[in-house]
Design a binder for this molecule. Structure first.
Ligand code: FMN
Length: 274
C-alpha cells in the first residue's frame, strides 16, 4: 500500500520532504513527484516529518493529513531568555497542598508530554496515574515494606543504608519521604525488552516535570518508588502494570505548597571540546 499521498496541484517538487525524511526513503526529482522508494515502505517510522515540513501542505500519510496537523504558531514560541528561565527555575517539589488535581488537567499534561522524542518514533511510553491520595499513601507503604528487610540487614541493600534508614524511620513516625505526601503519582512504563522504552519514559517524564509549572503544578522524581516497582512484586501488582512491562520512571505530582524565590547554584558542566 502507498502510504504517501501527494497533492499534485500543491507540490512544487522542492525536495524538502526527501531531504528531511529520517529514513531517506522518499525520492523526488524535478521531473517526478515525491514517492517512497521501491520496497522501502516498511522502513517508514510514521514520524510525519514529510507532512509537517512541506511548505505547501502537499503531502499526507495514510495515518496523518496536513489539515489534521496543528500549524506552528510563531508568536507562541519562547525567547531564549524565557526558555533559559523555564529550565533554571524548574525545581523538584516535595511539599504539596492537599488540593487534588483534576483528572482533565493531569490528562492535558500527559497529552503534552507525549510529544517528547522516542527512539524510532516507537512511542512506547505507557502512563499509569495513581489518582487517589489514600492509594498513593498505601503504595508508599509498600515501598517501605520493600526497604525494611534491607534496613534490618536481612537482604542486601539496594541503596546506602544512610539513605534508607531515615526514610523508614520517618515512615514509622507518620512522615512520608517516599511520595512526600503528594496527592498523585505518575508512572511511565513500557515493554521491558524494547530498546526504546527506557530513554522514552525518562525523556517523557523529564518533559512533564519541566512543563508542570505552566499548569500550576509541581513534580518530583520518585526514584525509590520506581526501583521498588520493578523489584517488589506487591507494588508492581498493585499498580496493575502489564507483565511484560517495566517501570522506567515515576513522579510525584500536585499543587506546590511553597514558591521558590531564587535559583540555586549548580556545578559548572564538565565540558570537553575535541
Ligand atoms: C532519577 C531521579 C530520581 C530521584 N528520586 C528522588 C526521590 O526518590 N525522592 C526525592 O525527594 N527526590 C528525588 N529526586 C530529585 C533530586 O533529588 C533532585 O533533582 C536534585 O536534588 C536537584 O534538585 P532540583 O531538581 O530541584 O534541581 C530524583 C531525581 C532524579 C533525576
Amino acid at each position: 500500500m502507498n502510504r504517501l499521498i501527494v497533492d499534485q496541484d500543491k507540490c512544487k517538487k522542492d525536495g524538502i520532504c526527501a531531504a528531511e525524511c529520517p529514513m531517506q526513503i522518499i525520492s523526488v526529482t524535478d521531473r517526478s513527484f515525491p514517492a517512497i522508494k521501491a520496497a522501502a515502505e516498511e522502513r517508514c517510522i510514521d514520524c510525519g516529518h514529510c507532512v509537517a515540513v512541506c511548505p505547501q501542505g502537499a503531502l499526507a500519510l495514510t495515518t496523518m493529513k496536513p489539515e489534521e496537523c496543528p500549524p506552528i504558531q510563531k508568536e507562541l514560541l519562547l525567547s531564549e531568555a524565557q526558555v533559559r528561565h523555564l529550565v533554571l527555575s524548574r525545581r523538584s517539589i516535595r511539599s504539596y497542598r492537599e488540593k487534588q488535581v483534576d483528572r482533565g488537567i493531569l490528562e492535558n499534561l500527559i497529552r503534552t508530554a507525549r510529544y517528547a522524542p522516542t527512539g524510532s518514533n516507537l512511542q512506547p511510553v505507557h502512563w499509569t496515574v495513581v489518582k487517589e491520595p489514600t492509594q498513593v499513601n498505601r503504595l508508599a507503604g509498600l515501598v517501605v515494606d520493600w526497604m525494611q528487610p534491607m534496613v534490618d540487614g536481612r537482604v542486601e541493600p539496594a541503596y546506602p543504608l544512610v539513605r534508607l534508614k531515615p526514610i523508614v524511620q520517618a515512615w514509622q513516625k507518620g512522615r512520608d519521604m517516599i511520595c512526600r505526601g503528594a496527592p498523585h503519582m505518575i508512572v511511565t512504563h513500557g515493554p521491558k525488552d524494547l530498546y526504546a522504552s527506557l530513554p522514552a519514559c525518562i525523556i517523557a517524564l523529564t518533559t512533564l516535570e519541566l512543563i508542570a509549572p505552566s499548569f500550576g503544578l509541581g513534580a518530583c522524581w520518585a526514584g525509590y518508588f520506581n526501583a521498588a516497582i520493578n523489584t517488589h512484586p506487591p507494588l508492581f501488582q498493585a499498580l496493575g502494570l502489564p507483565e511484560d512491562h517495566q517501570s522506567f520512571g515515576a513522579m510525584m505530582i500536585g499543587y506546590p505548597k511553597y514558591q521558590y524565590h531564587r535559583i540555586p547554584l549548580r556545578n559548572e558542566p564538565p565540558l570537553a571540546w575535541r
